[in-house]
Unconditional design. Structure first.
Length: 234
């Protein structure tokens, strides 16, 4: 898979996000898609899936389309150059019809643009930093695009769970939280959060799952996921 030499590079979070998509999904919207890693993982598991990849960086989207074509799914992918936080009218003008996707996924920027040290490379900085209030705008965009009964899945650092959970709880039901830790003896470092549009079901907090057995070896569950042999069962 092609990635930029400099700037943000997709990692385990993107693979987990793509593997978390429900097998029943027919249409996928990937917000902040980057080079398309998460969507390509989802498409590898379900060849009948159609995906729309949204990112404000046209160069990243060009790489995403090249990756889709290399993997034989170019005819199932459409790219849209757009800021996820754009107003609803602008999203619709770009072709993102409301209430139309059975699955919406996102790996949003996770550092506060007003705090800490920004990455020196501009594209990497944009992919990793955003204003504190923009996270809610990402969830709002996902909620608008999802079809009734559709699933919305975000992957995010565990330290940022509170605002993400608040945004999900305002808009979705059947919210499911899956904490992921590096190892069983360590606290969760990231979370997968899933909600269902229009559901009134209560929230579920799943047990924390460890990615590694010891050292750098993955558990059998995650080894299979990262090799493309299994979806995430949650």
């Amino acid at each position: 898979m092609s990635q930029p030499r400099n700037g943000f590079r997709a990692g385990l979070d993107s693979v987990l996000l793509g593997a978390a998509v429900c097998p029943a999904a027919e249409s996928l919207l990937d917000l902040g898609a980057g080079v398309g890693t998460a969507s390509l993982v989802a498409l590898a598991h379900e060849r009948g899936l159609g995906a729309v990849l949204v990112d404000r960086d046209a160069g990243m989207l060009a790489l995403a389309m090249a990756n889709a074509e290399t993997n034989g799914v170019g005819d199932q992918v459409r790219t849209v150059a757009l800021d996820v936080t754009a107003a609803g009218a602008e999203r619709q003008s770009a072709g993102l019809k409301p209430d139309s996707f059975s699955a919406v996924i996102a790996n949003p920027p996770f550092f506060d643009a007003a705090a800490g040290t920004r990455a020196g490379e501009p594209a990497r900085a944009r992919a990793r930093h955003m204003a504190a209030g923009d996270l809610d705008l990402w969830v709002r965009a996902a909620a608008a695009a999802a079809a009734p009964g559709g699933e919305i899945i975000f992957v995010y650092p565990a330290a940022g769970l509170a605002p993400l959970l608040a945004a999900f709880s305002q808009r979705f039901g059947a919210v499911t939280i899956l904490p992921l830790s590096p190892r069983s003896s360590e606290p969760a470092s990231r979370v997968l959060l899933r909600g269902t549009k229009g559901s009134r079901a209560p929230m579920t907090l799943l047990a924390t799952r460890a990615l590694h057995i010891a050292g750098r070896d993955f558990t059998p569950e995650f080894e299979a996921i990262f090799r493309g042999q299994a979806r995430l069962d949650w």
